[in-house]
Design a protein around this ligand. Structure first.
Ligand code: PLP
Length: 381
């Protein structure tokens, strides 16, 4: 039986509010008129607040990866060196993109383990135009020390590129304060808009460092030029219905308020970790004083005595979708998102469903232990 109302508790895409859905279904309008300009302006304004920047923000019609490529491709040419830091799937993607455009010096760590700041500095000593890393590594549910790396990058005159795809709109992001030169987010993650869009912000230093031949479709200067038109525009036809939906999703973020939204995300993740502890499930990431557990997704080892298919399939049969591991972590870990507009009820339902599945496989004797532990975090939302 395929349920139409499956509750998605995955780290993106996440459920969208009915009013966001309705915004997407509006009759079509052109992208060079006042109506589009107003929506685009509103999106960019709220996004700048979420990035915490006075730099310009542009919306790109392409998922998060399009902005990853825009960030790197606009400042890295074939003779440039970029240091890329990997401790998960998306860090790996930054490495891959870096290699396409220039020379990537890859700092690789086991997924879900801390990066070595000493190694970052040593790599910077050899010279690099930029350093790129992921703030919240969604594949491993670990939050990386972006502030520290930004400081190191600037000490050596390198640009700092930050993938903030699963933190913008759900966790603390301080683009200006941290000195991030290029930062980007994705629509289907914390802001709870439909997938297909991303947004990028660019510092003055990054503008000065743009290469002669950036990727054509992702040419940031073209975005800046169209963005200064009146009414404001994008260089090429954007995903108009998606931008309408994004605007509505961003209004919801604003209505909730970023403080409360961050708090809710953090409590959601704390609830999952508390439940895991109570149920004897090991958390996957290994953290140290520079790293922390993610506030927007939690990764756990699949316990002995149950397979990935039994665990996630069992939950899906009961109407809850959670995520597995990516690449070599497939079959080893499972992930629960605390991302978007989820409620305490969604979290309780998810954890109790997990308990039901574990009980079915004889892995817990008493149902309610996980929910009880989680509720101590959830009642703070
Ligand atoms: C989701 C995600 C991306 C981008 O993925 P898309 O599928 O292109 O949206 C990049 N980085 C991180 C950390 C992500 O979570």
């Amino acid at each position: 039986m395929k349920l139409e109302n499956t509750l998605m508790m995955i780290p993106g895409p996440v459920p969208i509010a009915p009013r966001v859905q309705r915004a997407m279904g509006r009759p079509m309008f052109g992208h060079r008129g006042e109506e589009f300009g107003a929506i685009y302006d509103e999106c960019r304004e709220i996004l700048a607040e979420l990035f915490r920047t006075s730099n310009e923000v542009f919306v790109i019609s392409g998922s998060g990866t399009a902005s990853m490529e825009a960030a790197i491709g606009n400042v890295i040419g074939k003779d440039d060196t970029i240091i890329t830091i990997e401790n998960g799937k998306f860090g790996e993607r930054l490495c891959d993109i870096g290699e396409r455009y220039g020379n990537a010096v890859k700092l690789q760590y086991d997924w879900g383990t801390p990066i070595d700041l000493g190694a970052v500095e040593a790599a910077l000593e050899n010279g690099a135009k930029a350093v790129a890393m992921v703030h919240n590594e969604t594949s491993a549910a670990i939050k990386n020390p972006v502030e520290e790396v930004a400081k190191l990058a600037h000490k050596y005159g390198a640009l700092f590129i930050m993938d903030a795809i699963t933190t913008v709109g759900g966790d603390t992001v301080e683009v200006d304060k941290w000195g991030v030169d290029l930062a980007f987010m994705g629509s289907q993650k914390c802001i709870a808009a439909p997938p297909g869009l991303s947004a990028i912000t660019v510092s003055d230093a990054a503008w000065d460092a743009i290469v002669d031949k950036p990727p054509y479709y992702l040419d940031l200067k073209a975005y800046r030029k169209s963005g200064s038109n009146s009414p404001t525009q994008t260089p090429y036809t954007p995903g108009v219905p998606l931008i309408s939906a994004m605007c509505e999703a961003l209004r919801i973020v604003k209505e909730e308020g970023m403080q409360q939204r961050k708090h809710r995300h953090a409590q959601g993740a704390a609830a999952v970790r508390a439940a895991a502890g109570a149920l004897g499930i090991e958390l996957f990431p290994k953290i140290d004083k520079y790293h922390s557990y993610s506030n927007t997704v939690t990764a756990m080892n699949i316990p002995e005595g149950i397979t990935d298919k039994q665990l996630r399939g069992g939950m899906l049969d009961m109407g809850i979708q959670i995520s597995g591991g990516q690449s070599h972590l497939k079959g080893k870990i499972f992930r629960i998102g605390s991302m978007g507009n989820f409620t305490a009820t969604d979290m309780v339902t998810t954890i109790s469903t997990l308990e039901l599945v574990l009980a079915k496989h004889g892995l817990v004797d008493r149902i309610g232990t996980g929910v009880e532990a989680a509720s101590r975090e959830l009642d703070k939302i």
